[in-house]
Design a binder for this molecule. Structure first.
Ligand code: MTE
Length: 316
């Protein structure tokens, strides 16, 4: 796979990341001017206060907390993918034979140039770059993942959204024969997610096709999944077959299932607890203890302006 070098949109030097050794040597990672996507400075400047107080970027904090890449094994063996099973450690084996080729993605709705894209065409037309992002699950665990992907904005520009388009709706494949979880009546399948158009166009928002330099495995959402690093992980929908530009705010699977617990925005926010648990800290997979959760998952410099004037408690 051809991988473009990551542009310096982030602000933490790679020397503050401790990547997996094998990956490091293979990719000569340390010699690259790779930057962890923004807000990592906030993380580096963040005190490990037990009370969950979070320093903002630019504020001094006594204890830098370096981000460490999670291992390939961790990232591919601890997953949320309800189409297969609710057992995080069982997703990899349940999804192992899920057919991800051939695969087509329809991009439609309020666009001037709708189209059905073959996944191979997507890979060619939109070259992958490397993005190292924190992933914070709403359940209170997190990882650091080196994705390969391309800005969603590139795909959207190619289809030319009309001026009526205000939101982007994403839909996972509906394939109950191959996805046993879709036979469960507890969820309104297929999995659906959505973003406001300006969130979708933000440079941090990517469609991922790989991680650790390899094509995505089924458990991580192969062949194409969304990654929105400042939002809880459930927004990062897997196995996408439809991207639709729409006028009205889409209702996600989680909003339909538990509207009091899961809203449309789902921005990572230590100040807004889930109705059943605090969001002030998280367990980084592979670490003992907990670390403070960062507002917007540490990407506030890039995305806080999207929510200027909004009540983030009401818009959870
Ligand atoms: N996408 C689909 N289609 N189905 C899912 O169950 N789970 C979400 C998200 N995308 C999910 C999904 C949740 S809750 C999380 S935390 C992330 O995927 C986990 O991604 P990972 O397994 O690659 O770490």
């Amino acid at each position: 796979m051809k991988i473009r070098r990551t542009p310096p949109w982030g602000n933490i030097p790679s020397s503050e990341i401790t990547p997996e050794q094998t990956y490091l040597s293979r990719r000569k990672f340390m010699r690259e001017a790779l930057f962890l996507a923004g807000g990592a400075l906030a993380l580096a400047a963040c005190a490990t206060s037990g009370g969950g107080g979070i320093a903002q970027a630019g504020q001094a904090g006594p204890t830098p907390e370096p981000d460490t890449l999670n291992t390939f094994e961790q990232i591919t063996n601890f997953n949320n993918y309800y189409e297969f099973t609710t057992d995080k450690e069982g997703v990899a084996s349940e999804a192992a034979n899920f057919p991800t080729s051939p695969w087509q993605v329809s991009v439609e709705g309020m666009v001037s140039k709708p189209g059905v894209f073959d996944i191979d065409q997507i890979r060619k037309q939109f070259p992958a770059e490397e993005r190292i992002y924190r992933l914070r699950c709403v359940e209170g665990w997190s990882m650091v993942i080196p994705w390969q992907g391309f800005p969603l904005a590139a795909l959207l520009r190619a289809v030319e959204p009309t001026s009526d388009a205000k939101y982007v709706k994403f839909t996972t494949i509906y394939d109950p024969a191959d996805m046993p979880g879709q036979n469960s009546p507890f969820f309104p399948w297929p999995y659906v997610e959505g973003l406001r158009l300006d969130e979708a166009m933000n440079d941090l928002t990517i469609l991922a096709t790989g991680l650790y330099g390899k094509d995505l495995l089924p458990q991580n959402g192969a062949p194409l999944r969304l990654v929105v690093p400042w939002k809880y992980g459930f927004k990062s929908i897997k196995a996408i077959v439809k991207v639709e530009l729409v006028a009205d705010q889409p209702t996600s699977l989680w909003m339909a299932s538990a509207p009091n617990e899961y809203g449309f925005y789902a921005n990572v926010n230590p100040e807004v607890p889930h109705p059943r648990w605090s969001q002030s800290s998280e367990r980084r997979i592979g670490e003992s203890g907990r670390r403070p959760t960062l507002k917007f998952n540490g990407y506030g410099d890039q995305v806080a302006a999207l929510y200027a004037g909004m009540d983030l408690k009401a818009n959870y």
